[in-house]
Design a protein around this ligand. Structure first.
Ligand code: FAD
Ligand code: MLT
Ligand code: ZN
Length: 504
């Protein structure tokens, strides 16, 4: 069986013993906090080990691309328990992988070998919410959607939204510096996170759960943990600013014939509705086809014919009449100028969801169709679609790509979609299997192409295991040297999330 390249296990890390597992049982409250296939030394007679298959959901990632072989999952319920775990692992040289909702797309949240998995799912309490300032303080294991529902009751919303909202944790979002669908309006977590509580690799607790918006006292250490992908500390608490929830929302999807028109529409939309614009997303016909054929839930096609490109725009404001009027003028302008061939405007909340699902279903539908090679790139908007076209051409040239999904032959799709308003392109290449021969057609071509246009090889998904060796395409040697020094400073024994992130 041919598999994608993986690193070799380092002997630097100790192997788990029954005595170690016994110690973890003592330090964590309740038997359900330790899931293991190893009989712990000195454990309560009622303790039950589990079948290895019960650890599968922790060992395998969302795409079923990365598979670890951990024999131990720890489920602490408090920051102090996380601290005890880390102190012990640091002393014993046991490698640890922090895990949130396990929805990451670069293999960062699952073990590579036998690392101890520490899931933050048990830390799931809301600590406080300030209804005047809109500041939320919560445990890192809170699910993003649950937080959004909680603050919605008070008229607020989370400043980020992702297709994975029903499973991903706020701690995982911070650890990956997730972007998502509201980034255009509310910006990066580097701006929205006000404070963090972090357990360092040696067990010390960095208490920085500030709710202040402004604080210029020294280095802003929390920024180092935002996007650090579990390599320098475990985030246990998050303080975050939540914006007021808009009372008026509109969603429209337009069909277009050329990529040039997509760019012109973006400019027009900003001209007419810039101050109320909250999302500008795009997806191509191939993405649309994949959703129509493979999405688990039926996603209704609101158009009479297929078109090469689609854009979704969302506006959010406080005055429905004002926003409707603006959208009306925009629509007339776009129709008159011939930039759009067709368009639909949601009339109620159900239609809002239905239009969003045309875009949000792409990753899930691609995963249903086959094995997905995912790329997440930043680059000038004008260049983006050239890369999608070049990639399709490469697949045709190598005869492993066929647009005909139904023939039972080598199936494939090259889907181009993403957060065009943020200059973020996603390319999902669907194949029959995670075949290294397919990967060779894509890489390093895709990274070189991106680097040549001064783009980033990871716009929002992170580096994880997938791109641990690739950072050099987007960062200069001096930056990488200082990143490694930061890793050494926080985690001199390199026990946190080994083999990932920066391994050049
Ligand atoms: P995990 O997958 O569990 O972990 C991700 C990384 O963070 C790992 O390296 C892990 O070790 C680390 N980590 C997790 N929790 C902690 C913690 N508490 N402390 C320290 N380290 C931790 N991403 C985007 O940016 N934008 C999108 O629009 C987007 N949409 C998505 C849609 C779908 C359907 C899916 C499946 C994923 C999507 N993602 C998107 C990927 C994104 O990275 C994750 O969804 C999310 O941010 C990860 O959160 P998680 O809790 O699942 O983390
Ligand atoms: C998205 O924008 O849909 C996400 O980043 C997930 C993905 O691309 O798979
Ligand atoms: Zn995305």
């Amino acid at each position: 069986v041919r598999t994608l390249a993986t690193p070799v296990r380092s002997n630097h890390y100790a192997k788990l013993t029954p005595a170690d597992v016994g110690e973890f049982c003592k330090m964590l409250s309740g038997p359900s906090s330790v899931l293991t296939t190893i009989q712990p030394e000195g454990a309560d007679p009622s303790f039950r080990t589990v079948d290895p298959s019960e650890l599968d959901t922790f060992n395998h990632d969302w795409m079923n691309k990365y598979h670890g072989k951990s024999q131990l999952v720890l489920k602490p319920k408090t920051t102090e328990e996380v601290s005890k775990i880390m102190r012990y692992c640091n002393e014993k040289n046991l490698a640890v992988v922090p895990q949130g909702g396990n929805t990451g797309l670069v293999g960062g949240g699952v073990p590579v070998f036998d690392e101890v998995i520490v899931t933050l799912a048990g830390l799931n309490k809301i600590r406080s919410f300030d209804e005047v300032a809109g500041t939320l303080v919560c445990d890192a294991g809170c699910v993003l959607e649950a937080l959004d529902n909680h603050v919605a009751e008070k008229g607020y919303m989370m400043p980020l939204d992702l297709g994975a909202k029903g499973s991903c944790h706020i701690g995982g979002n911070v650890a990956t510096n997730a972007g998502g669908l509201r980034y255009l309006r509310y910006g990066s977590l580097h701006g929205n996170v006000l404070g963090l509580e972090v357990v360092l690799p040696d067990g010390r607790i960095l208490e920085n759960l500030s709710t202040l918006r402004k604080d210029n006292t020294g280095f802003d250490l929390k920024q180092l943990f935002i996007g650090s992908e579990g390599t320098i500390g475990l985030i246990t608490g998050v303080s975050i600013i939540t914006p007021r929830r808009s009372s008026a929302m509109n969603v429209a999807v337009f069909a277009l014939e050329t990529y040039e028109d997509v760019q012109k529409v973006f400019t027009q939309v900003k001209t007419h509705c810039g101050e109320i614009l909250s999302a500008f997303e795009f997806f191509d016909q191939e993405s649309f086809d994949v959703v129509q054929k493979h999405a688990t839930a039926h996603v209704r096609d609101p158009f009479e014919a297929r078109h090469p490109f689609y854009v979704l725009i969302e506006t959010s404001g406080s005055n429905k009449d004002h926003d409707d009027e603006k959208l009306q003028v925009l629509l007339e302008d776009l129709m008159e100028s011939g930039l759009i061939s067709d368009g639909v405007l949601a009339q109620d909340e159900t239609q809002v969801q239905a239009l969003w699902s045309l875009r949000e279903s792409v990753p899930e539908a691609a995963g249903k169709m086959g094995k997905v090679f995912k790329y997440d790139l930043s680059m000038p908007v004008s260049k983006m679609y050239d890369l999608v076209r070049d990639m399709r051409k490469r697949f045709e040239d190598h005869s492993i790509y066929s647009r005909d999904f139904d023939q039972g032959k080598p199936v494939g799709a090259v889907c181009g979609y993403g957060h065009i308003g943020d200059g973020n392109l996603h390319i999902n290449i669907v194949a029959n299997s995670y075949d290294p021969e397919v990967e060779k057609v894509i890489e390093p071509f895709i990274y070189e192409w991106t680097s040549n246009v001064k783009g980033s090889i990871s716009a929002e998904h992170g580096l994880g295991l997938m791109k641990a060796q690739k950072i050099g395409y987007s960062k200069d040697p001096t930056s990488i040297e200082f990143m490694k020094k930061i890793k050494d400073l926080f985690d001199p024994k390199k026990i946190l999330n080994p083999y990932k992130y920066i391994q050049v």
